[in-house]
Design a protein around this ligand. Structure first.
Ligand SMILES: Nc1ncnc2c1ncn2[C@@H]1O[C@H](COP(=O)(O)OP(=O)(O)OP(=O)(O)O)[C@@H](O)[C@H]1O
Ligand SMILES: [Mg+2]
Length: 320
């Protein structure tokens, strides 16, 4: 039987936002019924365009944002009522921007040891020093950088510091939210390979958030594709990349295959812009951008269909 490190069951997050002058408040469904299961030791890549709800899922898992409904599990344990501090012993985040996520006034040693001190888990200064040395070596940071400050480090080194800080408590699960998108392409590869290395060395499970399918293809064992707060397709990475079923996944994959990747992230060739989440389209919310959409798609939201390890939310899935 598969053992799951982390599970979300039908989690939702509603925000009340201003809909414009004289229009009052409206509900924005940032996350709209998301169920994800991450097998122990695997890497779930969560992909989707900007604003689809990826970070909101991470924040709810970390206890940084209160969910509107649904349940969260670490292993078999429901963590819905667990305090942020308790969750932090098991799950740690690595965020996108190593420039803004590291306090510029603290030394690297102070930054890396922060979770230990916040949890009151250290046995004195010597113990902290030793743990900092250990974890810096594990993430490939020279010990001499301990007394430096973030602005004295390269982008790649800073992101290694962020990873060291996440790992110093030896968590079981790491949530990476766009951990390499602020980095040069060559440095990106180094950080991704390091994360892969650390997974086997430290028995980690990752939720790996990215809008870049090429990065996810490099690293993930499982993939979930998100659109307007919902998971529209999920499955084992290889199957999803070889036989994408949802027209949205197909469009995302096509956008990766641009001839000049050095020109930056390609625009997704879907004609129409990403919809406003305050006023989502009727029926299948992807229908205005879908080349296969019929009348039914504009009226009826598709139910998820499941076959072996794969799930798709589409009336007309391919390869299924
Ligand atoms: N505190 C908030 N109040 C109101 N709306 C919010 C809030 N936080 C996020 N949202 C909205 O929720 C939706 C999902 O946001 P989220 O940050 O989760 O997207 P994302 O997929 O992480 O995007 P990106 O790839 O740009 O990081 C967006 O429409 C966003 O504007
Ligand atoms: Mg985000």
């Amino acid at each position: 039987m598969v053992e799951f490190a982390l599970k979300t069951e039908n989690i939702t997050k509603d925000y009340q936002v201003s809909a414009g002058v004289f229009r009052g408040k409206k509900t924005l469904k940032a996350v709209n019924g998301v169920s994800l299961s991450i097998p122990k030791g695997s890497i779930l890549g969560l992909v989707g365009e900007s604003g689809c709800g990826k970070t909101t899922i991470a924040k709810m898992i970390l206890g940084l944002e209160k969910k509107t409904s649904g349940d969260l599990y670490i292993g078999e344990k429901n963590i819905s009522s667990m305090r942020h501090k308790e969750i932090a012993k098991i799950i740690q985040p690595v965020f996108q921007d190593p420039y803004s996520s590291l306090n510029p006034r603290k030394s690297i040693s102070k930054i890396v040891s922060l979770p230990l001190r916040a949890q009151g888990l250290s046995n004195g200064i010597k113990d902290i020093e030793q743990k900092v040395d250990e974890i810096m070596e594990i993430v490939g940071l020279p010990p001499r950088l301990k007394y430096n400050y973030p602005n004295q480090l390269s982008g790649g080194q800073r992101q290694r510091v962020a990873v060291a800080r996440a790992l110093i408590m030896r968590p079981e699960i790491v949530l990476c939210d766009e951990p390499t998108s602020a980095l040069d392409v060559s440095v990106q590869a180094q950080i991704l390979n390091m994360l892969l290395d650390l997974r086997s060395k430290l028995n980690l499970t990752y939720l790996f958030i990215s809008h870049d399918l090429a990065v996810v293809e490099h690293i993930a064992t499982h993939v979930a594709v998100m659109y307007l707060g919902r998971i529209v397709e999920k499955g084992k990475a290889q199957d999803l990349f070889n036989n994408p079923s949802h027209p949205y996944t197909q469009a995302l994959l096509a956008s990766v295959l641009t001839p000049e990747p050095e020109l930056g992230l390609p625009r997704i060739q879907l004609g129409i812009e990403y919809p406003n989440p305050i006023d989502p389209p009727s029926g299948c919310t992807f229908h205005p951008r879908c080349t296969k959409a019929t009348k039914k798609c504009s009226k009826v939201a598709p139910d998820p269909v499941v076959k072996s390890d794969k799930l798709v939310e589409c009336h007309y899935p391919d390869n299924f």
